[in-house]
Design a protein around this ligand. Sequence first.
Ligand code: NAP
Ligand code: GDP
Length: 339
Amino acid sequence: MSSKPKTAFITGITGQDGSYLAELLLEKNYRIYGLLRRNSNPSYGNVAHLRHHIDFVFGDLADPACLSMYLAKIQPGEIYNLGAQSHVQESWLQPLATADQTGLGALRIYESVRNVAPKARVYQASTSELFGETKIVPQNENTPFNPANPYAAAKALAHFDARIYRKSFNLFISTGILFNHESPRRSPDFVTRKVSLAVASLKLGLKGNRIPTGQGGRPVINADGKLELGNLEAQRDWGFAGDYVEAIWKILQHEAPDDFVIATGVAHTVEEMCAAAFEVAGLNWRDHVVINSDWVRPIETGPLVGDYSKAKKLLGWQPKTTFKELVEMMVRADIARLS
Ligand code: NAP
Ligand code: GDP
């Protein structure tokens, strides 16, 4: 006798994490509903290859009516709220939109769950950016939050409300405090992908409009043939998104709702990441990188490094992909893609 498939509702399905999570859940035979924003030209983003296996519903985290309508109708067992304006630097340019989509968007999900689908398990995508200007290293679930940008402030609202709704209304709302995780599907707004695209462009000798655009819609290589970066000293704990979606799924399978740090526990500077990426292509980063203050942030975070021992103990999760493997995967994928 075959059992009824589990049902998941995913916001942010077109993004990096949405796509890896959808692949994982399809392998596990879930029926997936993905919230897709209605644009004049519908785009399936990173899930174009899965579009025949996902039930898309058009909507927006800005619209509580559509969220309630879909959740009442679908009654998903699991809801993964990955949708957000997810870029830190952009959040200084669009602080109100970020607060609305990234902060209030989560609250609209919790309210809809409370009203029409109280049995659903909810995953909220929290972030290491919550620790912001911290001096405590590494950070775990008990480290105080000290947000340093409008994105982190919006995520703080979503995180605290997750805990408040969990306790006040006995809802199963869990959070994953995920440290930076990357992949060949990462948006070029983020430094790792900007670098991997630039390395691939230089390796292949791309010129003019064959050079891909990245952060801020600008070509990843400038008119002088250089990659422009901001703060090279900033430290991040970079993991592979494919590993992290396994943690996301495990968080919702846990017996009780809770908060979990997901990280590798190893920090690298932007300069180290850059050096590793250029090395994959047999290039020296010093010959190709210049600093542009446009990419330096008004406030930088402290070194963000996660202590994932709680997830290891309670979920049996640990990262599989090393920093070197991750950087190599991204550079090789961009060389193949642009060739
Ligand atoms: P991403 O690639 O930027 O994807 C963001 C997704 O959110 C896209 O599918 C986007 O849809 C959707 N979205 C944006 N605004 C929306 C709205 N108003 N209504 C519905 N959907 C909306 O992000 P990601 O890297 O996969 O990250 C997933 C989540 O984890 C995000 O919440 C992010 O903030 C959080 N997070 C990420 C990291 C990381 O290192 N990647 C670390 C910690 C936390 P469109 O395609 O329509 O734009
Ligand atoms: P974030 O941690 O979510 O903000 O991820 P990013 O990949 O956008 O940034 C990681 C770190 O790289 C931050 O400390 C940035 O200040 C630093 N950084 C240095 N140069 C750049 C750049 O050119 N673009 C981006 N996005 N970040 C940069």
